[in-house]
Ligand binder design. Structure first.
Ligand code: GLC
Ligand code: CA
Length: 563
């Protein structure tokens, strides 16, 4: 494997609206991010992914871009952005931005021009089609509910296509002019000094131009639009061209958000000459997909979770590096989702962090994860902001769920769980703002916040620092970055997630007991050194375990064993 500059990096996702507000308007801003760069550096972060900060009407929280060249005024100015970029570089950190190019906002000037003159130049930047007998061209259901086709205002028979909200019209990638416009924009940002991009919903750019009607899969008579994504061929040509015209020229780092990839295609996406540097591993997250989105989400089972993570790691071995996450801005908090109730404690949060951050691949930490932030309990649907949550709530109600039941699923699965402001202190509004936060702060902020954890050497925050430091330590870095992944004990232990990271030189055992009872593992190799534990602070004089390793409930350890 050819070595790349980004292979050994630890990344951190910032959701700017909820990170830190410095001017009291209740909305996080670029200044807030700049002021926390030292905090991130101390956490061992090398690379920052900024969720969208472009100009946007914020129908989908910035994933609806109205100007790709402008910074949202809610977040600050282009000068402040340049300052942020310069400040990250000063600290040897890399900045990547979200790249949302499957769709734009209906307020983008391209779309305004398209509506004004559907048969003119800009009409061809989008998918405009005639309806069928007064009905939309076909029956695809958008991700956020309703038909993917929306009537062009003031035009009786034309519709435009949108896979997400109706305010997010899909861009027509078949049009070479549109593609050139996008490449120009991407290169403009790379010229500025960005290290790369996280690339949004990118597999969706290829459409089946026949737009065949599909067998309905819901009471609404519609069929999920991702079924077209799964069946259509040819996205690779677009992705190759995109890379050749942009990222490749700058040796940029790219991480794709890719769902619905075809069997066996992984190498094309993340291999040596892949379309992207890496893609996110969602294999654990899709386990809770229900048949109709997430309102009918399945509960998480430890063994299925373990099986999914292991299978995905093994698949990655021959292909490239995956990007490993516990949570992001679209997912509930990992502590609330992947841990059984008895494990939703600081020890549990550390355990989950341990097994995730030491996997083979690029670790991404989502803001607040490093202090063990949790899901929020909301008492009414009015308390939600997220467009997708409101849709899933309505779906659940229409499917016969009571208000309480529908709300319970939102509390468990809503994207707003991860979008609440970062809890910086036990003070007013958790130290996030002096004004009124745009989204209600989790009531547990007095218990879970950065300031309190700073003062406690045993906190989740301090543990995350030790974890990244171990991963990046001169002695073990090579093995954590390039070593193989070998699962162990999965046949004999029902409650243990364990694996070796190993190369010619070293063998490291990562083992965690997710069960409620203590277990004892038979060690396969003699222990050389104790590297990390979430339950004790080891010192050089401690006795090494011999023959067996006892793990308490929610205990995670990292050991070096003989090769
Ligand atoms: C991605 C983003 C999500 C957004 C969607 C549409 O899945 O992560 O937040 O709603 O794309 O852009
Ligand atoms: Ca602000």
């Amino acid at each position: 494997m050819n070595r790349k500059w980004w292979h050994d990096k630890v990344a951190y996702q910032i959701y700017p609206k909820s990170f830190l507000d410095t001017n009291g308007d209740g909305i996080g801003d670029l200044r807030g991010i700049i002021s926390k760069l030292d905090y991130l550096k101390q956490l061992g972060i090398d690379m920052i992914w900024l969720s969208p900060v472009y100009q946007s009407p914020f129908i989908d929280q910035g994933y609806d871009i109205s100007d790709y060249y402008g910074i949202a005024r809610e977040f600050g100015t282009m000068e402040e952005f340049d300052e942020l970029l310069a400040e990250t570089k000063k600290r040897d950190m890399y900045l990547i931005m979200d790249l949302v190019i499957n769709h734009c906002s209906d307020r983008h000037e391209w779309f305004k021009k398209a509506l004004a003159d559907p048969y003119g130049e800009y009409g061809d930047y989008f998918y405009l089609r005639k309806g069928k007998d007064g009905a939309p061209p076909n029956n695809y259901r958008s991700y956020f509910g309703g038909n993917c086709w929306e009537p062009v205002p003031g035009n009786s028979d034309l519709y435009y296509f949108h896979m997400f909200a109706k305010e997010q019209p899909d861009l027509n990638w078949e049009n070479p002019k549109l593609r050139q416009e996008l490449y120009r924009m991407i290169n403009w940002w790379l010229e500025k000094g960005l290290a790369g991009f996280r690339i949004d919903a990118i597999i969706n750019i290829k459409k089946d131009l026949e737009f065949p009607t599909l067998e309905p899969d819901g009471a609404d008579g519609l069929a999920a639009c991702w079924k077209m994504v799964e069946s259509v061929e040819g996205v690779g040509e677009f992705l190759d061209e995109l890379k050749e015209n942009t990222f490749q020229k700058y040796d940029a780092f790219t991480v794709g958000e890719v769902f619905n990839m075809k069997q066996g295609a992984l190498g094309h996406f993340i291999g040596e000459n892949g379309y992207f540097s890496t893609i996110f591993d969602f294999s654990a997250h899709i386990l809770s997909d229900g048949e109709h989105g997430w309102y009918d989400a399945r509960p998480m089972e430890f063994q299925k979770w373990r099986e999914a993570v292991i299978a995905s790691q093994l698949e990655g071995l021959n292909a490239g590096f995956k990007a490993n996450i516990i949570e992001n801005h679209d997912e509930p908090r990992g502590v609330s989702r992947f841990l059984p109730e008895y494990a939703r404690t600081p020890a549990g949060a550390k355990m989950l962090g341990t097994v995730s951050l030491l996997l083979r691949g690029i670790p991404f930490i989502y803001q607040g994860q490093e202090i063990g932030m949790e899901n929020v309990v909301r008492k009414s649907i009015e308390e939600y902001d997220d467009i997708s949550t409101i849709d899933q709530y309505d779906l659940a109600r229409r499917a016969g769920c009571s208000e309480e039941e529908a709300l319970a699923v939102c509390n468990r699965m809503s994207r707003d769980n991860a979008r609440t402001p970062v809890q910086w202190s036990a003070g007013a509004h958790a130290g996030f703002t002096t004004g009124t936060p745009w989204l209600k702060i989790n009531e547990n902020y007095k218990r879970i916040n950065v300031e309190t954890q700073e003062q406690d050497a045993d906190s989740v925050l301090h543990y995350y620092r030790r974890l990244t430091a171990l991963r990046k330590s001169p002695e073990y870095k090579e093995t954590f970055v390039y070593g193989s992944f070998i699962p162990v004990y999965e046949d004999t232990e029902k409650s243990v997630m364990a694996y070796y990271r190993a190369d010619e030189e070293k063998r490291i055992l990562v083992a965690a007991n997710f069960g409620a009872e203590a277990v004892s593992l038979k060690l396969e190799y003699p222990v050389k050194k104790l590297l990390l534990s979430n339950r004790r602070q080891w010192t050089a004089g401690d006795e090494l375990p011999k023959g067996e390793l006892k793990l308490e409930s929610c205990e995670a350890v990292v050991l070096e064993e003989n090769r």
